[in-house]
Design a binder for this molecule. Structure first.
Ligand code: ADP
Ligand code: ZN
Ligand code: ZN
Length: 649
C-alpha cells in the first residue's frame, strides 16, 4: 500500500519480515494476489499475504519500461521461471541493491572514426539491402557466411545506416568472442557510443552501461547473453553473432537461451533480427526451412584469401599420443616461412589421468564420478567438476610402489612437449588457467597480433571469431571424444568446432592449412569438413533428427533433481514422472528418470527426467499443469530440482 502514485517498473523498498528488501512494482492492487511487487531476492517473496506499505520509493521514473517488462514477463512465462528471479537476472547488481539509477563515471567516448577503404562484394550488398528494406518490421535473417567472408562488415554497414535514423543496435556475441578487437572494430566505425556488457566489468561499469542503454545514449550495446535484457528505447536491430555457440544458453538458475529469446526481443521492437554464423545450428536451419528466417549467403572470402586445405593424420599409424611426426613437419614448414601456427586441444591441465602402472589405481575425485586432472606447474590434482584439489602422493595409495604416471595430454603438457621440439619459438598458451587474470587474454591476443612467428596452444577459447592475420596452420588434436559421445548433438557441435577452428587459418594472403589427428579417419564427418561442406553435413544430420524425431523436429524439457541421498533424488523424479503420466496429453513423451552424464557431482547425485513432444503447446501445457500440482509431492529430505526448457547438454 502506498499513498504516492508509484509507477509500474519503479523500485521500492519494503519491509519483509524483519528485513527491508528492494522490489519492483509490477501492478497496482487493492488486495494481495501475490504479484503487486516482486521481491528481487528470493522466491519466498511471492508468499506475502497482506498488502504491506511501501517504505520508500527508489525511482522517480520507472527503471523498467513497459516494453522491457513485457519481454521479461514473456520470458518468465516461456521458461516457467519465477518473475522475481527473471527480473533479478535482467538488471545489474547495483540496481538490485537499490542504489540510485545514476550514471557514475561516464567514460570518455572520443573514437576516431574512419570508414572502410573497400567496397562491399555483391553478396554483402545483397544482404545489406535486403535487411535494410525491412528495417521497420520484424523479420529474421540467417547471415550464413564462411569464416572471414565479411559478416561483421555487413553488421557494421547496416548499423551505420540505422544509426542515422536514431536507432539503437543490440549485438550479442559468445562469452569469449567479446574481445577488445570486436569492440574496437565497432568503435572505429560507429559515430556514436558503443557500450559493452560482459562479466569482466566491475559493478559501476555494468550499471553505467545499463543506464546508457536505457537512456538511449548508447548507440550500440555489445554484450554477452545477458545483454538480451538491456533496456533500449530505440532498438532498431538485434544481431546474434556466432548464433550456434552454446554460451548463449545460461546453464544455471534462470536457464534461458539469448539466441532463442532474440526472436521475441526483435518482434516486440518491430526490428529485424540477424543471426550470423559460418556453421548454423540445426535449430536455425530448421527455422530457415520453416520460413521463420531468410537465409542470406556469403560464399567466399573477399579479396585474395582462399579457404584452407584440410588434411587428416591417421593416428593409428603413429607411435605417439599427441604430436605426430607429420604434424611437427608441417609446423616447422610454416614457422620457417615466418608464419604463426596454432594447436588446438580441448583439455586444460597437464594430463587427464594420474595412475599406477602396477595395480591400475587411478586418482579419482572423492566428491564426483570423475578423474582428477594433473596440473604440473602447481603440482596438484584438480577436479574440473567441483574444484577439489590435492597434492599427489609420491607412491601409489593402493599398492605402495613408486609407479605413478600420467596418461594423456592437456594444454600444459603439450606446451612442455613443444618446448623440446621448438626451443627457439615463443609458445603462447591460451586456456582458462592462463587467462584467469583480468586482461591476460587481451595481452596474449596482443602478442599474437604483433605478427611474430609463434606457436599458439589452446582450448576452445580459440575457436571463436578471432581474426589472426599471420596464422597459416592449425593442428587439431584429440577430436575423437566427440565422435564417441552419446549426446545427440555431439557430431553437430564437433562439425561446427572443426570448421570454426579451421577457419582461423589462412586469413592473410597465404593459403592456410589444417591438419586433424584422429584414429577414425573414415568417419563421414571428415569428408564434409575437409571440403568445408558444412551445409551438406547439417542436412544429413537434420534428416537423421527428423527420422528419430529429436530436436529441432520436437521440443524437449528436462527436470533435473539432485540430492546427497541418491534414492531421494530418484524417488522424487519417479513421483514427478507419475504425476506427468497422469496428465492426459498423449503427444508428450516422458522418459526417465535417468542418471546424469556424471551421476555424482560435488557430493550430489543427479537425475534427469525428459519430456518431449512435437507439439510445443502441449509440452508447455503439461508443464503448467505440473506446476499446479508439484507441491503435493513431498520431496523427502532435501531434494533440489529445476526445470530446463529446450535443454542443451
Ligand atoms: P567474418 O565476420 O565473416 O569473419 P569479417 O567481416 O571480419 O568476416 O571480414 C574479414 C576481413 O575481411 C576483415 O579484415 C574485413 O575488414 C575484410 N573485409 C570484409 N569485407 C570486405 C570487402 N568487401 N573487401 C575487402 N575486405 C573486406
Ligand atoms: Zn570433484
Ligand atoms: Zn599401485
Amino acid at each position: 500500500m502506498c499513498d504516492e502514485n508509484v509507477a509500474v517498473g519503479a523500485r521500492v523498498r519494503v519491509s519483509f519480515g524483519r528485513k527491508k528488501v528492494v522490489g519492483i512494482v509490477l501492478s497496482h492492487k487493492e488486495k494481495s494476489d501475490f504479484d503487486k511487487v516482486t521481491w528481487l531476492k528470493s522466491r519466498e517473496g511471492a508468499l506475502g499475504y497482506k498488502l504491506k506499505s511501501v517504505d520508500e520509493v527508489l525511482d522517480d521514473a520507472p527503471l523498467l519500461s513497459k516494453d522491457i517488462l513485457d519481454f521479461l514477463f514473456w520470458s518468465a512465462n516461456y521458461y516457467h521461471h519465477p518473475i522475481g528471479e527473471v527480473l533479478a537476472s535482467a538488471i545489474p547488481k547495483n540496481m538490485r541493491l537499490g542504489k540510485p539509477a545514476e550514471i557514475k563515471k561516464a567514460r570518455a567516448f572520443d573514437n576516431q572514426i574512419s570508414s572502410a577503404d573497400f567496397d562491399t562484394t555483391e553478396e554483402q550488398n545483397n544482404a545489406i539491402t535486403t535487411i535494410l528494406a525491412s528495417k521497420d518490421n520484424f523479420s529474421g535473417y540467417l547471415l550464413h557466411g564462411v569464416t572471414g567472408s565479411g559478416k561483421t562488415e555487413v553488421y557494421l554497414r547496416i548499423t551505420e545506416n540505422l544509426l542515422q535514423q536514431g536507432k539503437q543496435i543490440l549485438v550479442l556475441v559468445p562469452e569469449i568472442g567479446l574481445t577488445p578487437q570486436m569492440i574496437a572494430r565497432f568503435e572505429k566505425r560507429i559515430d556514436g557510443k558503443v557500450v559493452a556488457i560482459h562479466s569482466q566489468l566491475n559493478e559501476t561499469q555494468k550499471t553505467d552501461a545499463y543506464l546508457m542503454a536505457k537512456s538511449g545514449e548508447a548507440s550500440v550495446v555489445l554484450g554477452t547473453r545477458s545483454a538480451i535484457f538491456a533496456p533500449m528505447p530505440n532498438l532498431g536491430l538485434v544481431i546474434v553473432d556466432e548464433e550456434h555457440d552454446g554460451s548463449f544458453k545460461q546453464q544455471s538458475s534462470f536457464r534461458y537461451s539469448a539466441r532463442d529469446l532474440s526472436f521475441m526481443r526483435a518482434k516486440l521492437a518491430n526490428a529485424p533480427l540477424i543471426l550470423g554464423t559460418a556453421t548454423p545450428s540445426l535449430e536455425t536451419l530448421k527455422n530457415v526451412m520453416d520460413k521463420k528466417l531468410t537465409r542470406l549467403i556469403l560464399s567466399t572470402r573477399p579479396g585474395e584469401t582462399v579457404m584452407p586445405e584440410v588434411n587428416l593424420i591417421d593416428m593409428r599409424s603413429q607411435s605417439t599420443e599427441a604430436l605426430s611426426l607429420p604434424l611437427i613437419d608441417k609446423m616447422k614448414q610454416h614457422l620457417n616461412n615466418n608464419q604463426q601456427v596454432m594447436l588446438f586441444i580441448n583439455r586444460r591441465g597437464y594430463a587427464p589421468v594420474f595412475y599406477c602402472t602396477e595395480c591400475d589405481w587411478k586418482a579419482e575425485c572423492n566428491h564426483c564420478d570423475a578423474q582428477m586432472v594433473y596440473h604440473r606447474h602447481i603440482n596438484r590434482l584438480k577436479c574440473h567438476h567441483c574444484g577439489a584439489e590435492q597434492i599427489p602422493d609420491s607412491s601409489c595409495p593402493s599398492c605402495k610402489q613408486s609407479t605413478l604416471k600420467v596418461l594423456g595430454y592437456g594444454t600444459e603438457r603439450l606446451e612442455e612437449n613443444l618446448e623440446s621440439y621448438f626451443p627457439d619459438t615463443p609458445i603462447i598458451r591460451i586456456d582458462r588457467d592462463t587467462t584467469r587474470r583480468k586482461k591476460a587474454f587481451a595481452q596474449h591476443l596482443e602478442q599474437i597480433n604483433s605478427g611474430e612467428p609463434c606457436i599458439i596452444v589452446g582450448t576452445q577459447m580459440l575457436a571463436k571469431g578471432h581474426d589472426f592475420s599471420q596464422l597459416a596452420f592449425v593442428g587439431i588434436l584429440d577430436v575423437d571424444v566427440g565422435l564417441l559421445s552419446l549426446d545427440f548433438r555431439a557430431t553437430e557441435n564437433l562439425a561446427q568446432l572443426l570448421i570454426q577452428v579451421s577457419g582461423r587459418a589462412g586469413r592473410s594472403e597465404h593459403k592456410g592449412e589444417v591438419a586433424i589427428q584422429t584414429r577414425y579417419p573414415n568417419h563421414p564427418i571428415f569428408e564434409y569438413v575437409r571440403q568445408a561442406h558444412y551445409t551438406q553435413y547439417a542436412s544429413k544430420l537434420l534428416k537423421e533428427r527428423q527420422q528419430t524425431q529429436l530436436p529441432p523436429f520436437s521440443h524437449q524439457a528436462m527436470i533435473c533433481a539432485n540430492a546427497k541421498n541418491k534414492t531421494q533424488a530418484e524417488t522424487f523424479l519417479n513421483e514427478v514422472a507419475q504425476l506427468l503420466r497422469s496428465i492426459d496429453l498423449p503427444t508428450v513423451e516422458i522418459w526417465g528418470p535417468v542418471s546424469g552424464v556424471i551421476e555424482k557431482k560435488a557430493d550430489y547425485y543427479y537425475f534427469n527426467l525428459y519430456l518431449q513432444s512435437v507439439d510445443r503447446q502441449a509440452l508447455h501445457q503439461m508443464l503448467n499443469t505440473m506446476f499446479g500440482h508439484i507441491d503435493s509431492i513431498k520431496a523427502s529430505g532435501s531434494v533440489r530440482w529445476f526445470l530446463d526448457v529446450d535443454p542443451i547438454e
